[in-house]
Write a protein that binds this ligand. Structure first.
Ligand code: SF4
Length: 69
């Protein structure tokens, strides 16, 4: 299991889909169009980092290590 996760702040997510463009095997959109992390996420961590950085609203938080559980 990955030792990282991504938390999505649903109040900040616009549903723009940019994170899916960067890491399509790790993010999906739910029925409301908001980002959700796929389980298990399928991209390299670097791609996920790029997706987190690219989010225009800062809705994504990458958590690494024991806090990710
Ligand atoms: S890039 Fe950010 S605002 Fe856009 S869908 Fe992903 S989490 Fe939501």
């Amino acid at each position: 299991m990955a030792d990282w996760t991504v938390r999505v702040d649903r109040s900040a997510c616009l549903g723009c889909g940019v994170c899916l463009d960067y890491a399509p095997r790790s993010f999906a959109q739910d029925e409301d169009g908001q980002a959700v992390l796929r389980e298990p996420p399928g991209d390299e961590l670097d791609r996920v980092r790029e997706a987190v950085s690219a989010c225009p609203t800062g809705a994504l938080q990458l958590v690494i290590g024991s806090d990710a559980e």
